[in-house]
Design a protein around this ligand. Structure first.
Ligand SMILES: NC(=O)c1ccc[n+]([C@@H]2O[C@H](COP(=O)([O-])OP(=O)(O)OC[C@H]3O[C@@H](n4cnc5c(N)ncnc54)[C@H](OP(=O)(O)O)[C@@H]3O)[C@@H](O)[C@H]2O)c1
Length: 324
């Protein structure tokens, strides 16, 4: 019998329930996948707490890797035994031993990319891809600031930005994370978020940076804005410390005609072609080791609650993978 984590109410990690589940019947364009590794993401926490609203009851999780077990009769290009991975945010059921997905959700995994690496890197890497290539097309020589540089997205985004020729200033919550941030793409690393703007400028001859990629949210928002040059871009893409509080247009004018965007994966990765394009670039960079995946932690899938607890408590480095 397949098993999955489900929630019936919002709340702390204790609301995650490990249960037997029935899989839906396989439609002609569907594929049944046996999961081998599941990616843990901060958005899983927002969905559990209710910060991001979804109807209940619900499954959990939006990315995994696994093996094709069965394909619907209309499916072309995939067969039993293929290794696949996906980021699929429409229905949240990745925290499961098996599931049925529409075939367009699935990407075939190339040799040289393991299931665990794919589960650790697909959503985080596709996020880095669209933030660096689509939200803003980062150019050689530009300087960026990345809070939470040793986190799951941070480790990949910093390496990718460096591979594009940017100078990367990372910031991390504590000293023990600084070495990781340096190893994975950062040219310079700030420890702690106090006086973020002044300390960032001190590393850049007193000037502000071109772009801030900020997934920390509430606690770093104003420091990140102040770290920008005139007409710089604030990409506030997450809420790890809480949702950014309201601000006014004049806050942007006073700081030098700044731009702010709040991108969401769903608006950049909704079509299969975009995901395939991003994944091709990601896997190519992984294979030539311009992007190295750092799996800091693994947990049995049934212990997903503990994995989420550690993510929320800032005790993780790089990516966490859940193993069915
Ligand atoms: N918009 C999108 O499309 C998209 C897609 C994927 C992820 N995201 C966002 O990207 C961010 C990173 O996601 P991730 O899964 O890779 O997580 P993560 O970076 O591995 O974990 C979050 C990190 O944020 C930092 N942080 C600072 N203050 C915090 C607080 N009060 N509570 C918890 N963490 C705090 C911690 O690093 P330090 O200790 O070093 O500060 C922590 O390790 C999240 O905000 C996520 O929502 C957005």
């Amino acid at each position: 019998m397949p098993k999955a984590i489900r929630i019936y109410e919002h709340g702390g990690p204790e609301v995650l329930k490990w249960e037997d589940v029935e899989l839906p019947a396989l439609g002609p364009r569907d594929v049944r996948v046996r999961h081998t590794a599941i990616g843990l993401n901060f958005s899983d926490v927002y969905l559990r707490t209710g910060l991001y609203a979804r109807p209940l009851p619900s499954g959990m999780g939006s990315e995994a890797a696994g093996v094709v077990e069965q394909v619907g009769r209309g499916v072309r290009g995939l067969k039993r035994g293929d290794r696949v991975a996906y980021y699929w945010g429409s229905v949240l059921d990745a925290y499961a031993t098996e599931r049925v997905l529409p075939y367009e959700a699935l990407l075939k995994l190339p040799a040289g990319v393991s299931d665990e690496q794919a589960a650790a890197a697909l959503l985080k890497g596709l996020t880095a891809w669209y933030l660096l290539r689509e939200t803003y097309r980062l150019r050689r020589g530009e300087v960026i600031l990345v809070p939470a540089a040793a986190g799951g997205v941070g480790v990949i985004l910093c390496q990718w930005a460096r591979a594009l020729g940017a100078r990367v200033i990372g910031a991390v919550g504590e000293e023990s994370k600084a070495a990781i941030a340096r190893r994975y793409g950062c040219h310079q690393v700030l420890v702690g978020y106090h006086d973020l703007a002044a300390r960032t400028r001190a590393l850049h001859r007193g000037k502000g940076v071109d772009v801030v990629y900020d997934g920390v949210g509430r606690d770093t928002f104003h420091g990140s804005l102040d770290a920008l040059r005139a007409r710089g871009l604030m990409v506030t893409f997450g809420n790890a410390s809480g949702a950014v509080e309201p601000f006014t247009a004049l806050d942007l004018q006073r700081r030098g005609s700044l731009y702010v965007t709040r991108p969401a994966a769903a608006d950049y990765l909704h079509d299969a072609q975009a995901r395939a394009r991003g994944a091709r670039e990601l896997f190519a960079l992984m294979k030539r080791r311009a992007i190295r995946v750092h799996i800091g932690h693994t947990h049995p899938l049934a212990d997903a609650a503990q994995a989420q607890r550690e993510l929320e408590a800032r005790r993780t480095i790089g990516a966490t993978v859940l193993l069915p």
